[in-house]
Design a protein around this ligand. Sequence first.
Ligand code: GTP
Ligand code: NAG
Ligand code: MG
Length: 445
Amino acid sequence: MAAGSARIVRYILFASFFLAVLYFASHSSYEGVQLKPSTFGVSPGSSITRPDKSSDDGSGASSWGSKPDGSISNSPGSAKNSPSKPGAGSPKQYQDLAEAPMALSPSDQGWNDLLGTAPGPRMNATFVSLARNSDVWEIARSIRQVEDRFNRRYNYDWVFLNDKPFDATFKKVTSSLVSGKTYYGEIPREHWSFPDFIDQDKARKVREDMAQRKIIYGDSVSYRHMCRFESGFFFRQPLMLNYEWYWRVEPSVELYCDIHYDPFRFMAENKKKYSFVLSLYEYEETIPTLWDSVKKFMKNHPEHIAEGNSMAFLSDDGGEKYNKCHFWSNFEVGNLEWLRSKAYIDFFDSLDQDGGFFYERWGDAPVHSIAAGLLLKKEEIHFFNDIAYYHVPFTHCPTGEKTRLDLRCHCNPKDNFDWKGYSCTSRYFEINGLEKPQGYEEQQE
Ligand SMILES: Nc1nc2c(ncn2[C@@H]2O[C@H](COP(=O)(O)OP(=O)(O)OP(=O)(O)O)[C@@H](O)[C@H]2O)c(=O)[nH]1
Ligand SMILES: *[C@@H]1O[C@H](CO)[C@@H](O)[C@H](O)[C@H]1NC(C)=O
Ligand SMILES: [Mg+2]
């Protein structure tokens, strides 16, 4: 009798455990389905074409072929796909939930069925990060955020560039985090050294002087190589020649909102060439003669100056003086063909010859920004309000509560830099005749 009732109790326990498992399985798969519609619930602008929902077969087929293989390949959906890659394939729906496998380890069926691959075409695009081996954990943090908020559903490639060879740890860690293919390039010496027309003594004295005046990175040689490389060479590295679009990502940046559409596709379909999320004034001490050099370029190359450009963003007096406004280049989504154009290369070469990357400390942000401001039509520069971003010490948190809630943002709106006194974003809105988003007045200090 006692043995019999113990069996019944055991039976009841097993049955309720089984029911609980069923409940959780169906509950979580229900949520998986629920997430899908909101995926395209937010339109970035009136003119964007929404991705074609009917093609959501989870194959995530890229509209263009595979890359010539550089190094580590982990293309999603390939047979050799690393088992720990999320984002490959749509969640499978099991008719009979009791048959849904419980994937507990990477080799189990269903391990990869987290959330679906976004439908729609892929652009010829890549993420790009310049980094040192010692930046591995800081860049890992950035990659993880970009993947969680965007790329796990798009699986774009990621190119890493370094003036030294990347080590095994750097490659292992970064390739495990990126859902697309990863490529590692070593920068040739000519792109990371003093050009022969630079007077080394003069450059050294400048660094000593800037060190005394405590100008940030003023005494650094490598920082200057970095700025010159980002200004004139990253887009012509062999690995970058494989792409038309890039998105620059630096170590230790944060993304605070979901990105519900493909920014590369937005750029392509709306004929944008350059974009930003934060803008501000440059330190005068780092660029005392930059504008003189720009004026010289404008005089020598009037053919490159675009009609309907953004001169009014850069200068308050029609081009006589630079107001130091620039887009912050640690975030950029841009067109590589533009950077590889004769106009941009002539611009870079002209500035480079004047030596200010070494005799001063010209940053790639004012260099890119002035180029975008003068060589592009103003409609070709885009402000991504809905990409929430942080790079120490500034935050772009979208203006407008509805946007922030729709995009599941976790930034504090008070931290938004856009409408504060040291930002140039108001000026960008004004010269483009754009209406500032609702609620901007409350964020002015
Ligand atoms: N390979 C390599 N990358 C570098 C070097 N210096 C800087 N970088 C990279 O260049 C980018 C810009 O450098 P940062 O040190 O972030 O410069 P910053 O953004 O002006 O300043 P903070 O982020 O505030 O320190 C980052 O992606 C760095 O990883 C270098 O000497 N070698
Ligand atoms: C991508 O763009 C690069 C640079 O323009 C080009 O060489 C390459 O053929 C393009 N790839 C595809 C598949 O369109
Ligand atoms: Mg940085």
